[in-house]
Design a protein around this ligand. Structure first.
Ligand SMILES: [Zn+2]
Length: 337
């Protein structure tokens, strides 16, 4: 086969011969090009072989015209094949090689809706084999995500497993393998999926609205249900209002004792600082010496009779009416404001 430069030379020579040389000689030159040129779109264009051959199809000499027509047909076919091959390659190639071992995908099987009790769905109960990665840690994570996604869902076993595999794989990639962050993320996703009021989260993942790569990057705020977000916003607003209440409108307690002047003239307000299921924070102010502090209780369920650390707090708990139930709160934290 001729290289591009040689083809260009031959094309020039042929062009020079047309109308001057013997038609038989021209036909033989055309035949040579037909045999010796490996036709590609580029070579036919850059050497102008395509244009010349196209013109020669109209040559008054029938032998020349026929020879040229044959060559054009041959080249056209070759160029079309070249284009088709390129296109096939382009559509097959964009899947980048995964940087981590991809788990075995679920074979396209039955997509039958789940018909058992969706409350009790777990991969073990659904008869799902989560051994997909060769690593027991990763397989367990697939199982955990499966349990989260399947909970209260009627999606088919295969669909849920497929999504669980995608989520695990996305987390594996995003958090660089079986790291602490990877395990924490999987656990947090599972917990969020199990929140009853947060059913939209699992549905979003199952429908593909939330793709696995995005799911594993969502913040705890984003994972929360819209309802929970609204509640938290309301609480925050309420706290703002409470903080603005003048001291005169605050409740007074004679059971509370000021840590500084020991007088029992303490005003207090309560506020929930973070979310509804977290303990109250009580803001206190001594009306005598203006000492201010806050008290908050971590949610440790102990009897205050045994564990409340000081007399003032015991009195305070009784005074605020949520202590006498006995569901109290071992440690308390005094913070001076
Ligand atoms: Zn005081």
């Amino acid at each position: 086969m001729l290289d591009a430069r040689e083809v260009a030379n031959r094309v020039k020579a042929l062009q020079g011969s047309v109308g001057k040389s013997d038609p038989a000689d021209i036909v033989s030159q055309i035949e040579t090009l037909k045999k010796e040129v490996a036709p590609s779109e580029e070579i036919l264009r850059t050497t102008k072989a395509g244009i010349l051959m196209g013109k020669l199809r109209q040559n008054p000499n029938k032998d020349i015209a026929r020879a040229a027509t044959e060559v054009v047909a041959k080249w056209k076919k070759a160029v079309e094949q070249e284009k088709a091959a390129k296109k096939g390659k382009a559509s097959a190639s964009p899947a980048p090689k995964p940087a981590s071992p991809a788990p075995k995908p679920v074979a396209a099987g039955t997509k039958k809706k789940f018909e058992g009790d969706p409350e009790k769905r777990k991969f073990q109960a659904d008869g799902v084999d989560v051994k997909r990665t060769g690593s027991s840690v990763r397989d367990n994570c697939i199982g955990l995500i499966y349990n989260g996604l399947a909970y209260r869902s009627t999606e088919s076993v295969d669909s849920v497993l497929q999504r669980a595999i995608e989520v695990e794989h996305a987390a594996f990639k995003a958090f660089n393998g079986e790291t602490k962050e990877y395990k924490e993320k999987i656990r947090s996703l599972f917990q969020n999926l199990k929140v009853k009021s947060n059913a939209d989260l699992g549905k979003g993942v199952m429908s593909g609205e939330i793709v696995a790569e995005k799911f594993v990057q969502m913040s705890s705020q984003e994972l929360m249900s819209a309802e929970m977000r609204k509640q938290n916003a309301l609480l925050e607003e309420e706290n703002m209002k409470k903080a603005q209440v003048p001291m005169a409108e605050k409740s007074m307690s004679e059971s509370l004792e000021c840590g500084r002047c020991k007088k029992r003239m303490v005003a207090y307000t309560q506020a929930q600082t973070r979310s509804a299921d977290e303990p109250m924070t009580t803001f206190c102010e001594c009306m005598n010496c203006r000492h201010r502090w806050k008290v908050s209780f971590p949610p440790i369920l102990l009897s205050y009779h045994t564990f409340a650390p000081c007399k003032a707090v015991r009195a305070w708990i009784t005074d605020l009416h949520f202590g006498h139930v006995g569901i109290i709160l071992g440690l308390c934290i005094h913070v001076s404001l």
